[in-house]
Design a protein around this ligand. Structure first.
Ligand code: NDP
Length: 419
């Protein structure tokens, strides 16, 4: 019997929670806690009619460690699933340590206030030392390794699709297809159309910060940073067709560079339509992507937060979005002394997701892996203590669970490779 506390009740969390409720033999009790309790109550009401999982709800501001500690002590969960925002990763990890409970999330830590001088000093040093300037990196959470190990607890980081499943694909390729992997290209294609000129598929603030940042990739033991959107390739995606994709910095490159022995190059590409890029550039040029507060009619507002209030809520895109996503990895390397190429990926249909859980495929492809990661921890299939990313665990039971819960993989032994 397992009792799980989910923090956050947005687009991704609502999918993960619905999937947990489909496995009520494991997820017997669930507490949905978020900043806005009304959202938790409405999801709990919708689900309680069709699941055996016993659902309760709570209000919590997860920026406040004491509030999270209080909630955990009160509910006594076996696992805390952090599906709020990356800003809350460290406070929730602190609370899990204080209460001796396992932790997982779907994205690595980044601060809400990038002007905070204390954070800025560490950030500037890291930019110099490592050579990439993204606001997020694993160092903050890797600093908890010893603490989690000593406490005999597990923290599973970044268990969505990318990061998450893409790293399981890397572990799977290394276990079953290669003796050594030379290059990894992670390709994230969203062939869906929601009919709006501009909208983001997950939290706008987190999404826009990510894609407007300089791109970077790992090559021969170091980072190479490039101006935003300056490397473009066209790729013909299975079930989607030809799309333009752009090289981005992405968090799983950092952990894969540590965990895939002798890998020579790791890149990440994401597809964007011209309308998205034109809108983003224009918003950036006028300062709407800024996280620095400005004074407006006597009140301080943060431009990107104001923009978020104007944009469609990603959780409402499901009904309007048609088309498919195709996300996966292409590898080159060697097996039995011979060179080989291989790809593994998932294709997901926006409307099928909407029919099943009322969400578009981006929330679905993130929420299902979060639930499957929780399943691995609760069933003891993944039981390494310390702070770990997905590629460090056995990929087989995880990929099996993903197939069972809606994200089957496809393989290609002669894929088109990206130059
Ligand atoms: P949403 O903005 O839809 O939802 C965020 C939720 O967190 C909301 O319920 C929000 O509450 C809650 N929240 C925010 N701040 C706090 C706080 N201080 N205390 C308690 N709850 C809080 O985001 P998404 O569902 O789109 O994304 C969720 C996570 O998934 C993000 O970390 C995102 O980066 C990650 N992600 C990962 C992907 C992957 O493949 N690995 C892909 C896509 C997303 P409220 O309703 O009050 O705003």
């Amino acid at each position: 019997m397992s009792r799980v506390l989910v923090i956050g009740c947005g687009g991704v969390a609502s999918v993960a929670i619905q999937k947990c409720c489909q496995a009520s033999e494991v997820f017997q009790e669930l507490c949905i806690a978020s900043r806005t309790k009304a959202k938790c109550d409405s999801l709990a009401e919708k689900l309680s009619k069709k699941t055996k999982t016993r659902i309760t709800t709570a209000q919590v501001d997860a920026d406040d460690v004491q509030q999270v500690i209080h909630l955990i002590n009160d509910y006594k969960p076996d696992l805390v699933m952090n599906i709020a925002l990356p800003y809350q990763d460290l406070t929730i990890m602190d609370a899990c340590l204080a209460c001796k409970v396992n932790y997982m999330d779907t994205a690595n830590y980044e601060p809400e206030d990038t002007d905070d001088p204390e954070w800025r000093a560490v950030y500037e040093k890291r930019c110099q030392e490592k050579g990439f300037s993204a606001y997020f990196d694993y160092s903050w959470q890797w600093n908890y390794r010893e603490k989690f190990e000593k406490a005999g607890l597990t923290a599973l980081l970044g268990c969505g699709f990318d990061p998450g499943v893409t790293q399981a694909y890397c572990a799977y390729a290394l276990k079953h297809e290669f003796d050594t992997i030379d290059t990894i290209d992670i390709l994230d294609c969203n062939g869906g159309d929601h009919g709006y000129p501009f909208a983001t598929n997950f939290n706008p603030e987190v999404n826009l910060r990510e894609v407007s940042a300089p791109g970077s990739y790992w090559e021969n033991g170091h980072w190479v940073e490039i101006p935003p959107m300056s490397i473009r390739r066209e790729y013909d995606f299975d079930s989607v067709g030809k799309k333009d994709m752009y090289l981005l910095h992405h968090e799983e490159i950092e952990s894969l560079a540590e965990n895939i022995p002798d890998v020579q190059r790791i890149r990440f590409f994401m597809t964007f339509g011209q309308s998205y890029l034109t809108h983003m550039k224009c918003l950036e040029n006028v300062g709407m992507l800024s996280t620095t507060p400005v004074l407006f009619e006597g009140k301080e507002i943060v431009p990107i937060k104001f923009l978020k209030a104007l944009l469609p809520d990603p959780a409402t895109l499901g009904e309007r979005t048609h088309g498919k996503t195709n996300i996966g990895c292409i590898f080159t390397g060697k097996k039995d002394g011979r060179k080989k190429i291989y790809s593994i990926y998932n294709v997901c249909d926006h409307q099928e997701c909407y029919q099943e859980v009322g969400s578009q495929a981006i929330s679905y492809t993130t929420g299902v892996p979060a639930m499957c990661g929780a399943l691995m921890l609760l069933s003891g299939k993944w039981n390494m203590t310390g702070v770990h990313t997905v590629e460090e665990f056995d990929p087989d039971p995880f990929l099996e669970a993903l197939c069972q819960y809606g994200l089957p993989y496809r393989e290609n032994h002669s894929p088109e490779i990206v130059d």
